[in-house]
Write a protein that binds this ligand. Sequence first.
Ligand code: AMP
Length: 410
Amino acid sequence: MLEYVEGQARKMGQLYGYKEIITPLVESYELLAAKAGEEVRLRMYAFEDLGRRMIALRPEFTPSVARVVATTFKNEPRPFRLFCIGSLYRYDEPQQGRYREFWQSNFELMGSNKPEADAEIITLTNDLMKAVGLKNYVFRVGHVGVLRGILSEDKVDDKAQNSVLQLMDKKQYEEALKLAEDSGASQESMAVLRDLVDMKSLKVMETVENMRERIKGYETAVKAAENLDEILRLVLESGCKIDMNVDACLARGLQYYTGMVFEVNVPELEVALGGGGRYDRLIELFGGEPTPAVGIAHGLDRIMLAMQKQKTGLKEDDEKKVMIIPITGEFVAKALEISRMLRDAGISVEVEVMRRKVGKALEDADRREMNYAIMVGEKELKEGSVVLRDLKKREQKILKIESLAKTLIT
Ligand code: AMP
C-alpha cells in the first residue's frame, strides 16, 4: 500500500512538473537543528559518529532540500519544483498515526513569492488526496502573518511570538492568549486575538473578509490577510473542488513559516495528513540567494491509515500479469526465451521457477491473481505454439509464439 501511495505522489510530481531529488538519511546535526522549531529539534535522533561529528537522522526534508538549492542549484533558472519521498525519524511516544519512523512525500516550489505558487501547492495536495480515493477531507488554511502582525505591533518579541504560535498550533488557545498578554499584547489586541480564535468557517472568502475587517489598523496583519485572500481566490477560481476552513490561528509547529500555512484533515483521524506553507527566508539562512519558497509534506502513513478507515479500495492497475510455466525441465530455456520476448514488448511476466507440476503451478498463479498462464510443452512447441490460459475466464487456446505479445496487449 505504501508503494501505491508513493506511486500516486510520484504521479503528482510528474503531472505538475516536479523533479525528484534524493537527500541523505543522515545529515549534520547543525544543519537539521538550525531552523527547526524546538518541537522537532528535541525529538531528533542525534548521535556522534566515529569522526566525532554530531549527526542526526533526518526529522524532515526541507533543510536538506534548502542546502541542495543553496549550493548545487545556485545558478539554475527559477523556479525550482522539487520533491522527495522517503522515511523520516522523530522520537515520540508511538500511537495511532504517530510513529518514530514515518514516510513523507515532500513538495517544494522555490523561487516565486506569488500567490499562484501557494495555490499550486494547495491544489497539488488536493489532487493527491483525491487520487488515493480519500473523501471528506478538509484543508485548514491560515497565514502566520496575521498573528505575527498583531503581536509585532505590540512589540512582542520573536521568541514569545513563536511560543504563542506553537500553543495556538496545539489548540491550547487559553494558554496561548495568556502568554500573549503576559508578553505585552495590549487589551485591544487581546480582544482581536480572542475574536480570531473563534473565527473559523467553511465559508472561505467570507471568513477572510471578516478577518480583514477585524484586524484593521494592524498594517502587516492586513497585508497577510490580503495575501491569503488572493491565494484562496486563485484556488477556487481554478475550479478546484476543495473544502477549506480558514483559521487565523493555524500556526504549524515549524517556526520557519513566513506566510500561508495549511494542513489537511479527515474526520476519522485527529492528526493531520499533511501540512505545509510558505517559508521565504529559509534558503538564505542556509547560505543561498534569497529565495521565496512554498512547500508541503504529506504524511504517507497517515494517508494510508485514512484510506483504511475510509475503506478506500486501491485502484486496480490494468496491467496484465502473465505466468509462464514450462511443462517439464526440458522446456525451461524456451520459457525463459518467451518471457524475454514478452518483456521486450512491455508485458509483465513471471517464470515458474519451482518446477511444479502444471496443476500446482496454475493454482499458484491463480492465488497470486495473475491474468494469464502460458504453458510451454512438447506437443504445441512442435508447431511453434504454446497454450495460453485466461485465468480469469478459465478458457484456454493454442497460439503461435510470435502472436503472443500482440494477443496479450490487445
Ligand atoms: P511536519 O513535518 O511536522 O510539518 O509534518 C508533516 C506531516 O508529516 C504531518 O501532517 C503528518 O502527516 C506527518 N508526520 C509528522 N510526524 C509524524 C509522525 N511522528 N508519524 C507519522 N506521521 C507524521
